[in-house]
Design a protein around this ligand. Structure first.
Ligand SMILES: Cc1cc2nc3c(=O)[nH]c(=O)nc-3n(C[C@H](O)[C@H](O)[C@H](O)COP(=O)(O)OP(=O)(O)OC[C@H]3O[C@@H](n4cnc5c(N)ncnc54)[C@H](O)[C@@H]3O)c2cc1C
Length: 369
């Protein structure tokens, strides 16, 4: 269904961002009569839960897996179809600042992705909705028309207007949401209060380096994490532990560098950093062969993980106690404006973003339905 085809009486909901939160909201709205339009700036869906293909390999270079330790996530993954759902059996172990590797405590069980990559999460959720998704459509401006029946509109980077919408949900990382709100054509004290709250969320930056090797090696672990955060490598995992990702006899390592290293070397070309990363991997795994990958790839995540939650979160564990905080959220929602994402939930995890979006979608459904 296109925006133009939508029955004129149906409430219209505009969503900025097709990450877990935006798609979760669309999924929650699937059985209402709301007409949902999602604008997504990138060419794919699922946001920071991203998958890339190269030289016959497939790798999840943002979020590496979805943890399904809570019942509703486990049920949802089941509902989305068992075919292609891939559980990662091997555990996550840890390493310290000196690079000493220690067996994990088994807490990180029920780790899932899909043979076709973690983006299947958003694709499968969207398949169950009638939402219209405009990819490669960066929202450049939010407009508000108080005189209109549907007050909100979005203008993309090509100057195309989308809407009007009864309700608007913003899901980009907090700094990007703050920038959109700051420039929004909505002259209202609630906008300024929301901008202040959203701007205060800080983020860790992560640069992911992907290293390919023409050999396979067996280890008792799938991933290694550095909990003390004092090593230049924050996370290292083996995509070959995921069915369908790496041909037999090859190896793809996903190496997420620490926020300190990533910030310092964020803009250096891959060719200038790959030797440094490969040397560190070889030292950590105590194997000289890792110094010489036969190809590499990378992705910078400027806003990788939120450090905290926005103080005016409508859902999640961060709902403000004071009447003042509650009233800002309620006030903003009264104007038909909503925010969702991992920074609203207060946890940089896919399920946290997904369920925060879902609950916000339910809330929107109740209010506009
Ligand atoms: C390197 C890395 C590793 C991680 N590892 C894990 C892990 O193993 N497990 C886990 O559960 N979580 C992990 N996370 C965290 C997880 O990826 C995020 O918490 C979650 O994906 C956030 O979802 P979201 O919908 O809130 O935001 P996003 O996924 O960022 O979605 C927001 C969307 O908005 C779009 N957007 C932004 N601005 C605009 C605009 N102006 N117009 C249109 N669209 C716009 C973006 O392109 C994006 O698609 C990791 C994150 C990173 C970066």
């Amino acid at each position: 269904m296109t925006e133009r085809d939508a029955p004129s009486g149906s409430p219209r909901v505009g969503i900025v961002g097709a990450g877990a939160a935006g798609v979760g909201a669309a999924y929650a709205l699937r059985e209402t009569d709301a007409d949902v339009t999602i604008l997504e700036k990138s060419g794919g869906v699922c946001g920071r839960a991203a998958t890339r293909r190269k030289h016959g390999c497939r790798y999840d270079h943002g979020a590496n897996y979805v943890n399904a330790t809570d019942d509703r996530t486990a049920e949802l993954l089941e509902d989305l179809g068992r075919a292609g759902l891939a559980e990662i059996d091997e555990p996550v172990w840890t390493f310290d600042a000196e690079g000493t590797i220690t067996a994990g405590d088994g807490r990180d069980s029920k780790k899932y992705t899909w043979t076709e990559g973690i983006t299947q999460l958003a694709k499968r959720l969207l398949d169950r909705t009638d939402a219209t998704v405009h990819r490669r459509t960066r929202v450049a401006e939010i407009r508000r028309d108080d005189a209109g029946r549907r007050p909100w509109a979005l203008v993309d980077a090509d100057g195309v207007s989308h809407g009007p919408f009864d309700a608007l949900l913003l899901t980009p990382p907090a700094p990007q949401t703050a920038a959109l709100l700051r420039a929004a054509a909505w002259d209202d004290h609630r906008r300024e209060a929301l901008v202040d709250a959203v701007e205060s969320v800080s983020y860790r930056t992560i640069r992911t380096i992907i290293l390919h090797y023409p050999f396979g090696e067996s280890y008792p672990w799938y991933g290694l994490v550095n909990p003390d955060r004092e090593h230049a490598i924050g996370w290292l995992s083996r995509e070959e532990c995921k069915p369908g990702h790496v041909p037999d006899g090859e190896s793809v390592l996903v190496v997420q560098m620490s926020p300190e290293w990533s910030t310092k070397r964020y803009d250096d070309p891959l060719s200038a950093v790959v030797d440094d990363v490969a040397d560190r991997v070889a030292t950590l795994l105590d194997d000289e062969r890792y110094r010489d990958p036969d190809w590499a790839d990378d992705q910078g995540w400027r806003y990788a993980l939120p450090d905290d939650a926005v103080e005016t979160a409508p859902f999640g564990g961060s709902v403000g106690e004071s009447a003042e905080e509650r009233s800002l959220v309620e006030d903003v929602a009264d104007a038909g404006l909503y925010v969702a994402g991992d920074w609203v939930a207060g946890e940089g995890r896919v399920p946290a973003a997904l369920w925060n979006g879902y609950e916000t979608g339910e809330w929107i459904g109740e209010r506009v339905g």
